[in-house]
Design a binder for this molecule. Structure first.
Ligand code: SAH
Length: 274
């Protein structure tokens, strides 16, 4: 038999569960979203309110710390490619030490903790040390940037699949899977690729991808200072050389980039120039 619970009671139950969900000695990996602080979930906001200590890095918008309680300790651990303020191993040790002191720990991470966020590595260490943990998902840079630029990531006419690729690997240079990126009728999103956009574009063209394929690079997506450069694979290297985009930046490649009228015009303009 199915019991129907009135909506009001469900809402109350969810609120209560969220308040109680962060226990002393527990670590919560919390997705902060891509930049716009309003994009964090309500559950995430409640975890911040309950936290004794928040360990956060560069990609998480510091405005979110305003949701913490008065006595909450905030620890910045930086993180920039090749220039981590605190190495990953020490971040893990810190989480373990804080949890062992009986604190309610929030590890605030940019985007979603499980998408190129090292959430898995942190959980491995917590597990190995018998520390209870939970994950609250966040809006990843790809969906955040898609919304803020008006680029749909899938489309029934031209993008039946969506691939997220990191252009950066732990200890090697550009080692992503070219075959994967070359598949037809899909959208490819490259994370951590700003410094190698031209290299990626040239590599794809050399392996048979059309030079006219639309591509967008979005810097500081969803933030007020968002910047977007739209071009084709053939033109993106030159377009970026003159634009000096800052990080973090995301690369979106595929026909979906040209679906919006305004973006289409830029792609055509650049296509005609190359
Ligand atoms: N866990 C994060 C990704 C961390 S990897 C997520 O789910 O979004 C860091 C990379 O994410 C950056 O190099 C960049 O490619 C991308 N990124 C994160 N925030 C971004 C933003 N606001 N705008 C554009 N790209 C962003």
């Amino acid at each position: 038999m199915t019991t129907v619970i009135p909506f009001d009671s469900k809402v109350r139950a969810v609120k209560a569960a969220a308040r109680q969900s962060l226990q002393p000695g527990e670590v919560c990996l919390l997705g902060a979203g891509p930049g716009d602080p309003d994009l964090m979930t309500i559950k995430g906001m409640r975890a911040l309110q309950a936290a004794d200590v928040v360990v956060y890095d560069r990609l998480a918008n510091p405005e979110l710390l305003d949701f913490t309680g008065q006595d909450c300790e905030k620890i910045y651990v930086g993180k920039r490619k090749d220039r981590h303020s605190l190495p990953q191993g020490q971040i893990c040790d810190l989480l373990v030490a804080l949890a062992r002191c009986g604190k309610k720990v929030v590890r605030l991470k940019g985007g979603d903790p499980f998408i190129f966020g090292r959430g898995g590595e942190e959980i491995d260490v917590l597990e190995a040390n018998n520390i209870p943990w939970q994950v609250i998902p966040g809006i990843t840079a790809a969906t955040g940037c898609a919304a803020s630029t008006g680029i749909p990531l899938t489309h029934r006419d031209c993008a039946h699949a969506l691939t997220f690729i990191t252009a950066h690997r732990r200890d090697t240079g550009l080692t992503f899977n070219w075959e994967l990126a070359l598949q037809k009728d899909q959208t490819v999103v490259f994370y951590m690729g700003l410094s190698v956009v031209a290299e990626i574009a040239e590599g794809l063209i050399a392996r048979g991808k059309s030079a006219a394929t639309p591509i967008a690079v979005i810097a500081n997506g969803t933030r007020q200072e968002q910047q977007v450069v739209v071009s084709t694979l053939a033109g993106i290297g030159k377009a970026l050389a003159s634009s000096d985009l800052p990080s973090p930046a995301l690369i979106v490649m595929g026909e979906v980039v040209a679906l919006r009228g305004q973006l289409q015009a830029v792609v055509e303009q650049i296509g005609a120039a190359v």
